[in-house]
Design a binder for this molecule. Structure first.
Ligand SMILES: [Zn+2]
Length: 622
């Protein structure tokens, strides 16, 4: 599957020709801008800009039992002062403590917990996000407490020391986590003068010991950082509630108008983290967990600069494909790979990486060079394929269906996504963001494809097998590693000696729907009706009379009386369903790409096939 690895620091096709693009997207009038929103979305949206320049999006959902809010602050660990690693993250923690208006410690978190909600926050490279959800009738009081984070937080001296310890214990936990370790190793092997190189979370050493050695008072530095960086014009707020838009607007105007606006210029970090010495490298690293991972990275033009053309989506769709003729299909057939993901990794407006992550089997570990050879052969094939438009049309159809007919997500997730989008996208794209490529540009795709070269590659190869064979250690997490230079001539050799396999572009995807119209159902049906009955099977059907979306839910029960008759048969049934899923993957991968998820699993009377969330040609799969 294609993927877009998360950027976090503290706590995410038809039978004959492609489906035609769906009709023009629905827009919601929201004052001075129209926000593109899903076609089946009945919620009210309104954009409001307060006099202090705080940009807000209000969402009114009369059916919700949970309210939620998220404040995105366009300040992240890239802004940490030199020598005070983790200050932005530490500030994120400190704002939870207490405020002048609510001086009792943790009164915010307590209030939310007592009213059916939850709170959290995370600090990323260029933003910090605070959020909560709560029973919908408690939104007013919750927001009053939340707003004080950004108006008058206390940041008392005794809380400071305790919270440095909390940040340190968070770091202790991360020390044993391979995703954190490998992410920092990638940052470590970059230019030291680029903020990407920084250690994002901080620990006791950076925030207390070293700060003291330099004669710095961490609390004063924290207050200085808050005063100069946390300005209303760099914040984006989303509030989701049951109330009408007018009431929500009153509420937000009341609670948030006192946040200071110091007119801070948005932060920018020009330049690329990689200089030539950081390219053409093979890094062998020792992970904590068993397993072998091959991570191939290429610096590319950030997709955000042309998100309507969506070149990375197009390329990750193909490199991450699992159908017949794909790279993963071939690697799996050879017994070398268990999974393969491809997509844009860490990125900002100024730099970005395209990543291919392959989980190797024990045998695959012995064939790293061949695996790399096959990857580069597949990339060459894409570079020479002329970017066929039908592939883009399929992708656009899949993404449009996904956007317009997706189920409602929990309000807390929804607000965090949107407030993060607000920092990056113009108001009309706050909801759709970069999820739907809409302009076919062979040039944009070709440009990124041409950036995937042996001249610029960075290969990170992780395996316990390298234990005792590496000489270096990454300073923050202590990950053992070694670095070798891999010139393009070596990669060309690997390409030349990799096995001859039939790599080719995927076939057209027969699961992409071309007709999303709904059959009209005259009367409300309460019970399923039996459509067919034979000696061996029965088929029941019930039309949806509530949601009116082009989706189907199919459940098939296979009765196998002996399947659970002994522990052995229970295990064998389980193994059988897993093998069946694995066997079907080459064929059913297209269905998943088109949004039709299915699972085969054992149950009490045999096994079950369930497919859901299927705004597509579900009948083709069955
Ligand atoms: Zn934290």
């Amino acid at each position: 599957m294609d993927s877009r690895p998360r950027e976090t620091d503290a706590p995410g096709d038809p039978a004959n020709g492609a489906a035609p693009p769906l009709a023009a997207a629905v827009t919601a009038a929201t004052g001075d801008v129209e926000i593109i929103r899903p076609r089946n979305d009945k919620r009210g949206y309104r954009r409001v800009v307060l006099p202090n320049s705080l940009e807000c999006l209000l969402i009114s959902d009369p059916d919700t039992d949970k309210a939620a809010a998220s404040m995105n602050v366009s300040v992240g660990y890239f802004c940490d002062p030199d020598g005070l690693e983790g200050l932005a993250h530490f500030l994120e923690h400190m704002l939870f403590y207490a405020s002048e208006k609510y001086p009792e410690e943790d009164s915010y978190s307590k209030y939310i917990a007592e009213h059916g909600g939850s709170t959290n926050a995370f600090t990323s490279s260029e933003h910090t996000n605070f959020y909560f959800d709560v029973n919908s009738d408690s939104l007013h009081d919750a927001l009053d407490r939340f707003a004080q984070f950004f108006i008058k937080p206390l940041m008392s001296p005794d809380a400071t020391l305790r919270e440095i310890k909390a940040v340190d214990s968070e770091n202790q936990k991360n020390l044993l986590s391979d995703p954190w370790r490998m992410s920092q190793l990638q940052k470590h092997l970059c230019a030291e003068n680029h903020p990407y190189h920084k250690f994002s979370t901080g620990n006791w050493n950076t925030l207390e010991v070293k700060a003291k050695e330099k004669g710095l008072d961490t609390r004063l530095e924290l207050i200085k950082f808050y005063d100069s960086h946390y300005s209303a014009n760099l914040m984006q707020l989303v509030v989701y509630g049951k109330d009408s838009l007018d009431n929500l607007q009153n509420l937000v105007e009341n609670k948030f108008c006192d946040i200071r606006d110091v007119g801070r210029k948005p932060f920018s970090f020009p330049g690329h983290p990689c200089t030539p010495e950081h390219l053409q490298v093979l890094v062998k690293a020792v992970p904590i967990k068993q397993g072998h991972t091959l991570r191939i990275l290429f610096p590319i033009t950030p997709n955000i600069r042309c998100y309507k053309e969506g070149p990375c989506k197009y390329i990750s769709h193909l490199i991450g494909h699992e159908g017949e003729g794909s790279l993963f299909y071939v690697l799996k057939k050879l017994g070398w790979a268990m999974s393969l993901e491809a997509g844009e990794g860490d990125w900002s407006h100024d730099f970005s990486f395209f990543c291919v992550v392959i989980q190797l089997t024990d045998v695959g570990q012995e064939h790293m060079e061949d695996t790399l050879g096959l990857l580069f052969r597949y990339i060459k094939l894409l570079q020479n394929s002329g970017t066929p438009k039908w592939i883009f049309d399929e992708l656009q159809a899949i993404c449009e269906t996904g956007f317009h007919y997706r189920d409602k997500s929990p309000p807390i997730n929804y607000v965090v996504n949107i407030s993060s989008n607000m920092q990056i996208f113009p108001p009309k794209d706050w909801l759709i963001a970069s999820s739907v490529p809409s302009k076919f540009s062979p040039d944009a795709i070709q440009n990124v494809l041409n950036e995937l070269t042996p001249e610029t590659v960075r290969i990170f190869w992780e395996s316990k097998k390298f234990e005792g064979k590496t000489k270096l250690a990454e300073p923050w997490y202590g990950t053992s590693y070694s670095v070798e230079v891999v010139p393009p001539s070596i990669i060309q050799k690997w390409v030349g000696k990799a096995p001859e396999e039939d790599l080719h572009l995927p076939k057209r995807n027969i699961f992409i729907p071309s007709d999303l119209s709904l059959r009209s159902v005259e009367e409300k049906v309460s019970f399923p009706a039996m459509l067919r009955k034979t000696q061996f099977s029965r088929l029941w059907y019930k039309p949806d009379t509530m949601f009116f979306t082009p989706k189907a839910y199919i459940k098939m029960d296979f009765h196998c009386p002996l399947s659970q008759s002994s522990p052995e048969s229970a295990v064998l049934t389980d193994v059988f369903t897993r093998l069946l899923m694995d066997y079907l993957n080459d064929y059913a991968y297209d269905a998943q790409v088109a949004g039709l998820y299915y699972v085969v699993k054992p149950n009490d009377t045999g096994f079950q096939v369930v497919s859901s969330d299927a705004p597509c040609n579900a009948h083709v799969l069955t």
